[in-house]
Ligand binder design. Structure first.
Ligand SMILES: Nc1ncnc2c1ncn2[C@@H]1O[C@H](COP(=O)(O)OP(=O)(O)OP(=O)(O)O)[C@@H](O)[C@H]1O
Length: 260
């Protein structure tokens, strides 16, 4: 995935019109390349354009400058190669968990037997096998978010885009899901782009951490993190130093100083 000189101004060129408002420059001149299998976290002050960046990769919005390309092809809209998980699970309340997971493959015309197998594999992966027949409202917030992850993975996308997926969960559930998404990433080998407000979460999960400045979002730090995957990164001495580097960059970006 490559972002080349990506800028986005809401309300310019008649796109994303803001009634009665001035154009809002959300992102400015972002250059980044994300390799296959990377887990890239994006962190930065509120309103700096993190979600906008994800929406551009998802194909829900288009840059007003520069280009977003996936596998060398410019993004022209959403596609089965990119699965999205939002802060709210957005499950279909009238469908069972299994049918929610099967929804994408069903739309893509996958035969019923294969669809069922796929849903069963994914529900096992996210630990929801026992809840396959339940409706979303019968599940806790954490379970709903697990179901949303399984649904996003159902079309077997190469890239998983996650927009603050654990922000609405209680601390304990959030920690558990952070651990689980690391496991899922290791098992599936997906490329993950993960937006978060939390420096700890960004450092815990990311093999690479991107820090955006306050609006208009510019890339002020692109930090690789080589914390060992086999162990709990929190317990690794490097965790604290990477965390401090990222936290300092976020603090500086929030106060608009340049990060060198
Ligand atoms: N459709 C829109 N029209 C106009 N302005 C928008 C639109 N969507 C977002 N914005 C503005 O663009 C800027 C970036 O928004 P975005 O949601 O991408 O930031 P964010 O970093 O994800 O924010 P947060 O961390 O608070 O969720 C904000 O100032 C926001 O108000």
């Amino acid at each position: 995935m490559r972002l080349s000189g990506v800028s986005l101004v809401y309300g310019s060129r008649g796109r994303f019109p803001r009634r009665g408002g001035n154009p809002v420059e959300a992102l400015r001149d972002i250059d980044a390349t994300v390799g296959i299998g990377e887990f890239v976290t994006i962190v930065g002050p509120s309103g700096c354009g993190k979600s906008t960046l994800l929406r551009l990769v998802a194909g829900f919005a288009f840059p007003t400058g520069g280009q977003v390309a996936v596998s060398g092809v410019p993004v022209t809209g959403p596609g089965p190669d990119r699965g999205v998980v939002f802060q709210q699970p957005r499950l279909f309340p009238w469908l069972s968990v299994r049918r929610n997971v099967e929804f994408g493959p069903r739309m893509a015309g996958m035969p019923a037997v294969r669809r069922r197998e796929r849903a069963a594999e994914l529900l096992e992966l996210v630990g929801l096998s026992d809840s396959a027949g339940r409706r979303p409202y019968e599940l806790s917030g954490g379970m709903q978010q697990r179901a949303a992850i399984a649904r996003a993975l159902a079309p077997d996308p190469a890239i998983l885009l996650m927009d603050e997926p654990f922000a609405a969960l209680d601390a304990l559930t959030r920690e558990r899901l952070q651990e689980e998404i690391r496991g899922i990433w290791q098992t599936t080998g997906k490329t993950v782009l993960f937006v978060t407000h939390s420096v700890d979460e960004a450092v815990y999960l990311g093999t690479r951490i991107l820090v955006l400045s306050r609006r208009p979002g510019r890339l002020v730090l692109d930090q690789a993190s080589d914390l060992p995957l086999a162990s709990d990164p929190h317990t690794h001495p490097a965790f604290t130093s990477v965390r401090e580097t990222i936290a300092a960059a976020v603090r500086r970006s929030a106060s608009d100083e340049e990060v060198t």
